[in-house]
Write a protein that binds this ligand. Structure first.
Ligand code: MN
Length: 290
């Protein structure tokens, strides 16, 4: 077997708040060896490790802000998130659900704890991943894909557990999310001792985030809850073996290999396009959202 070796196991650093509702550890791009070029097409990964929010009458979250040039993928593991955007779209991301938002030419949106959930509070755990768009799609129409966990394609691994495919494919099963370039995104739910292997092309950027439990990777290294495993580009196959009941988010994507000009909520190819994004935002071209 052509093993894809572990390049690094990253431990979460000090969290920071996005607005007042998302207490996140940033993995991409702030770690050495996990910058936007190494992780291309993934440009950002914020992880809200499980955290208890006390009940609040006013939903916590992040107010109106723009995005242009990429996709935001929000995966809710615990708690509920409500979003609304300038195009009139909105919805609730419940436990196990995914929202795949193609910001493309631009949206204004806001992301908050869902009102009813907020009142009672509780454990909150989520991932937000930014997937870059190729130059030719950056200025296309924005769109949403609301993917309920019930729509996800599931591979039954018997006593090992199961794999839930969000995007891309696993053993011939295709996930529901439409992507612009090849991206594989899936959750492995493993029983204690459960084993699974994944194969991805050599040039893809590949990683795994331990959402629950503890896993042995490639038969040797151990990755614990909340750690991020970065895999080398060489080699094709990685093996996970659960040392306890575990849940692992696996991501692998084909690099776009295009220049990146990123600042704040905009990810473009050139400085000029970035300046244009700020100008369009400041002159109200992203629409309106209260
Ligand atoms: Mn946002």
């Amino acid at each position: 077997m052509n093993i894809k070796k572990v390049e690094m196991i990253a431990t979460p650093r000090e969290p920071h708040f996005v607005g007042d509702g998302f207490r996140v550890h940033n993995y991409i791009p702030s770690y050495p060896r996990m910058d936007m070029i190494r992780m291309d097409p993934f440009i950002m990964l914020d992880y809200n490790a499980r955290y208890h929010f006390p009940g609040s009458e006013y939903p916590k979250g992040v107010g109106v802000h723009p995005h242009r040039g990429f996709e935001t993928v929000t995966i809710a593991y615990k708690g509920r998130i409500e979003h609304r955007d300038s195009g009139g779209g909105g919805g609730i991301i419940g436990e196990g659900d995914v929202q795949w938002m193609t910001a493309a030419s631009g949206v204004l949106h806001k992301e908050f704890h869902e009102a009813e959930w907020s009142k009672g509070g509780g454990d909150f755990q989520m991932v937000q991943l930014w997937v870059n768009l190729p130059a030719k799609f950056k200025m296309t129409e924005p769109k949403y894909q609301a993917i309920s966990h019930t729509e996800m394609v599931t591979a039954d691994l018997g006593s090992n557990g199961l794999v839930e495919v969000i995007a891309g494919s696993f053993r011939g099963l295709q996930g529901p999310a439409n992507t612009f370039t090849p991206v594989h995104l899936m959750n492995a739910m493993l029983r204690p001792g459960g084993k699974v292997d994944f194969s991805f092309p050599e040039n893809f950027a590949t990683g795994a985030l331990i959402i629950e439990g503890k896993v042995k990777v490639n038969g040797s290294e151990v990755a614990d809850i909340d750690q991020f495993v970065l895999f080398e580009k060489t080699g094709t196959t990685l093996i996970l073996e659960a040392m306890a009941e575990s849940k692992v988010l696996i991501l692998s994507g084909e690099p776009l290999l295009e220049p990146i000009a990123a600042h704040g909520p905009f990810v473009m190819n050139t400085r000029e396009e970035l300046q244009k994004a700020y100008m369009d935002f400041n002159t109200g071209k992203f629409g309106y959202l209260e």
